[in-house]
Ligand binder design. Structure first.
Ligand SMILES: C[S@@+](CC[C@H](N)C(=O)[O-])C[C@H]1O[C@@H](n2cnc3c(N)ncnc32)[C@H](O)[C@@H]1O
Length: 287
């Protein structure tokens, strides 16, 4: 189980970043995935039998934590696991939560694979057997997506596996509505970086980026549905702010394309939108 200690903004050596502001929160509660989604991802990683794994853009380390719990329950040996995360606060939460295990947590940038404070390169080429990304690639702007997938490809060993759980749209209209809702939430939460950076990929774009980086055998492991409610977003990003909660609720209700596609759902007093996503796997070819 995650065991959180308090990390304050005053402790930070560098200026705060978006996910420093939110502090302790639950990404999975917000995303509202059905219960089999995360186990499917974890089981696929276990099947690959990696010796060294990178949980990339890992937030508070919740995926690594569940990965480790699954391995322990199955009486399997733990691989060497490393975490890369941009926010100092989330990195520290991950460090504290995983201190019982020999997980290395790096406060770094996926686009350079450098430590943010020391500016040192973190990973050589061909380092990891598996890179996992959960609900994170949409944080990177479109013009830097080539860099994102290129860096992940670089640090994977030949034969290594990328597993990516993220938003993935077939339809531009629904993608654009989700982008608008994310923008609304980010403005309400004070996420100035996300307001300008976020980019939500169409399926054809992801495939293009992955092939462009050199990945082969790009395939869908599982289609998933995000189920994001105004109540759960408000609870995690602006708790007790009823005005912001109402603004976000109204934004969901006025998302015409999502409504036309049947992607708006009333949940008791709460209102949610559904967004298409996928667990995608891809490999670096054996040389
Ligand atoms: C939506 S959160 C998801 C976190 C985690 N994967 C999860 O599912 O709980 C996206 C994370 O990506 C991190 N991030 C954004 N830009 C990054 C970058 N350039 N390098 C590393 N991490 C980054 C953010 O700080 C944030 O913690």
């Amino acid at each position: 189980m995650l065991n959180f200690k308090m990390t304050t903004l005053e402790n930070l050596a560098l200026p705060p970043r978006d996910y420093d502001l939110v502090g302790k929160y639950s990404q999975d509660e917000i995303n509202g995935f059905s219960t089999e989604v995360i186990p499917s991802l974890i089981n696929e990683v276990i099947k690959h039998n990696p010796g060294r794994v990178l949980d990339c853009m890992a937030g508070d380390g919740n995926l690594t934590s569940r990965f480790i719990q699954t391995l322990i329950e199955g009486q399997r040996p733990l691989p060497q696991i490393e975490i890369l995360e941009f926010s100092s606060v989330q990195s520290q939460i991950a460090r504290d939560a995983l201190s019982a295990y020999s997980v290395r947590v790096w406060n770094g940038d996926v686009l350079t694979m450098k430590d943010l404070e020391t500016k040192k390169d973190l990973f050589d080429d061909n380092t990891f057997d598996c890179v996992m990304l959960k609900s994170a690639n949409h944080e990177i702007p479109r013009d830097l997506q080539t860099k994102l997938w290129g860096q992940i490809f670089r640090v994977l060993k030949p034969g290594g596996m990328l597993i990516n759980l993220g938003f993935l749209f077939d339809e531009e209209h629904t993608r654009d509505d989700v982008r608008s809702l994310a923008l609304c939430k980010d403005e309400l939460a004070g996420f100035s970086g996300a307001v300008s950076n976020r980019y939500f990929l169409l399926r054809k774009e992801l495939i293009q980026f992955l092939h462009g980086a050199g990945f082969v055998r790009v395939q869908t492991l599982k289609k998933v549905m995000y189920n994001i409610s105004a109540g759960r977003v408000a609870k995690n990003y602006f708790p007790r702010d009823f005005e912001k909660h109402q603004i976000f609720k109204d934004a969901i209700l006025s998302s015409r394309n999502l409504r036309d596609f049947g992607f708006i759902e009333k949940q008791g007093d709460d209102i949610a939108f559904l967004a298409e996503g996928e667990i995608t796997i891809a490999y670096k070819n054996l040389v």
